[in-house]
Design a protein around this ligand. Sequence first.
Ligand code: C5P
Length: 206
Amino acid sequence: MIIAIDGPAASGKGTLARRLAEHFEIRHLDTGLTYRAVAAALLAKGLPLGDEAVAIEIAQNLDLAHMDKGVLSAHEIGEAASRIAVLGGLRKELVSLQKRFAETPPGAVLDGRDIGTVVCPNADVKLFITASPEARARRRTDEMLSNGKEATYASVLDDLKRRDERDSNREVAPMTKASDAHLLDTTEMDIETAFQAAVDIVAKAC
Ligand code: C5P
């Protein structure tokens, strides 16, 4: 079984993907981490984010089992990830890695921006998770503050809008809802309600 989940930052897609994977006892890949890991390696080497040849080499040697979510969650790395995500050759490399992960039995939940459209167009079920920018900014601000990070609602909202804009309007694999994806708007939902709604959609589809 392959479950494809897409949506913008802080829509709740990551938590839903992880919980669906546990529920259906399949593996989970947060594909945003693959872009973040490449961006972090470029930053650590002091190389420009546009150095696609090196980015591809880093992607070819990426170890999916050892990506450090804690380190990679830093705000600057998310921003850098969205900048390198416009590089077509790099995307090709990461997509092939992600496809291999998805196709390894017993299947998987993948979440990202282009899973239903590019990585797993034949997924058994596709979800596009969304929420208003304001709801997402509120959640992200609360999450950062509770992790002891500095954040203001206004700057988080600005960042999210900028990232949505870049992710939705890039030429290669822009973030978009696949025509056969189920839309789940979590603006008015807590995570438990959203999870139940997602389980119902998957159970009906599979
Ligand atoms: O989901 P996350 O915020 O970790 O993703 C970081 C960035 O990586 C996104 O803003 C997006 O530009 C890029 N990304 C992508 N395709 C994916 C997953 C993430 O372009 N499948």
